[in-house]
Design a protein around this ligand. Structure first.
Ligand SMILES: NC(=O)c1ccc[n+]([C@@H]2O[C@H](COP(=O)([O-])OP(=O)(O)OC[C@H]3O[C@@H](n4cnc5c(N)ncnc54)[C@H](O)[C@@H]3O)[C@@H](O)[C@H]2O)c1
Length: 338
């Protein structure tokens, strides 16, 4: 088993193993434990966990709301769950976000453990302690920083994941490759399926290192937003018909082309497009959407002192922050528009 240390408001380990069932069973023996999982994963969980210990939630984004949060909290209270109770989230990013926030608020805070079952969950959502639910006004607007006590990653979960969700999750790994670890890019270029476990492990290491330097996103953690300023705007503009990773893929190509304006080599920009396209991820978006996209980027939380700031790439492994004028932004957008 490979373990990666994260130093946040508490220190915890991300354990990359090949038998989550054994790991979870030993946790159950040590304290009162409940699992939160979407219905879709119940057959996969099978008899590993007693049925009366599983709190079933709706699938995907439909679980990240007050209604589900309240019903889970009432359920825990009616079972007499105490400060010693442990919650285990088994699922994608939606489930770990919801469970982490439930754990932050039930009895003013109980422990939780994450078992991410998607690529996005493994390399991103379950690591870093950002938890929460959606508001009608927008995604992830209500939550808390609350790290799990442990993360158990077992890539055998990914065998049942759709090709689309698998590729979308890998967009975050491509980002990790460009901002911090070129080896990830080489592994994806050589064979993303064959090298999946190493790609995931290295991506987790990048996120763990950055989060350990800046848990509350006051500085260094901003580099994880590479590709996300335009990505978030595109994701919202698509009405969430695009997966987060698909929107980030478009955002990465935009960020690379913007970086080129500040000196990034053309070959690195082209490498973004070729890696992402080979993963079957989109790299362009509707030309006519620019005014709306620009407006949405301005509303994004990365706007500071009236300017939209971007994380840009100086060279592979080295990022910068740049504020770009609207003229440059629209010119770059035209290049990715279709
Ligand atoms: N907290 C963070 O730092 C952070 C970072 C990135 C994303 N997120 C959040 O994560 C969510 C996106 O992540 P996601 O794509 O994992 O979402 P998700 O949890 O909605 O999972 C996507 C779909 O895959 C299904 N699924 C999960 N595991 C599966 C498996 N092993 N086999 C087959 N199907 C499976 C789910 O039921 C769901 O339908 C969003 O809510 C996003 O806001 C949070």
């Amino acid at each position: 088993m490979k373990s990666i240390q994260v130093r946040a408001e508490r220190s915890y380990q991300v354990d990359i193993c090949d038998n989550w069932r054994t790991e979870i069973s030993s946790v159950f023996e040590s304290r009162e434990t409940y699992v939160v999982a979407p219905r879709r994963l119940l057959s996969e969980i099978g008899t590993t966990i007693a049925e009366n210990k599983i709190l079933v939630v709706p699938d995907g984004e439909n679980q990240k709301n007050f209604e589900t949060l309240q019903s889970l909290a009432e359920n825990l209270a009616s079972r007499g769950a105490s400060r010693e109770t442990l919650l285990i989230a088994i699922g994608g990013g939606a489930t770990t976000d919801l469970t982490g926030f439930l754990a932050a608020s039930y009895l003013r805070g109980i422990d939780w453990l994450a078992v991410p079952t998607t690529v996005a969950g493994m390399v991103d959502a379950a690591i870093g302690g950002k938890t929460g639910i959606n508001l009608t006004s927008g995604k992830n607007l209500f939550g808390a920083f609350n790290s799990p006590v442990r993360v158990i990653v077992d890539t055998s979960w990914l065998n049942t994941l759709s090709a689309r969700d698998r590729a979308a999750g890998l967009a975050e790994s491509v980002k990790c490759g460009f901002i911090r670890d070129e080896k990830i890019l080489q592994l994806i270029e050589s064979d993303p399926t064959e090298n999946l476990v190493e790609i995931i492990g290295r991506s987790i290491q990048v996120k763990a290192d950055v989060v350990s330097l800046d848990f509350r996103e006051d500085g260094e953690r901003e580099i994880l937003n590479y590709g996300h300023t335009l990505g978030h705007a595109v994701e919202r503009h698509s009405g969430y018909t695009l997966r987060h990773g698909e929107a980030v893929s478009i955002g990465l190509v935009f960020a690379a082309k913007l970086s080129q304006k500040f000196g990034l080599g053309k070959e690195v920009v082209e490498r973004h497009s070729s890696i992402l396209q080979n993963l079957n991820l989109p790299v362009s978006y509707e030309k006519s959407a620019w005014p709306a996209i620009y407006d949405l980027m301005g509303k994004d939380k990365k706007r500071r002192a009236g300017e939209i700031r971007f994380v840009t790439l100086k060279s592979i492994g080295f990022t910068e922050r740049q504020s770009a004028a609207v003229g440059i932004l629209s010119e770059v957008y035209r290049e990715i528009g279709r």
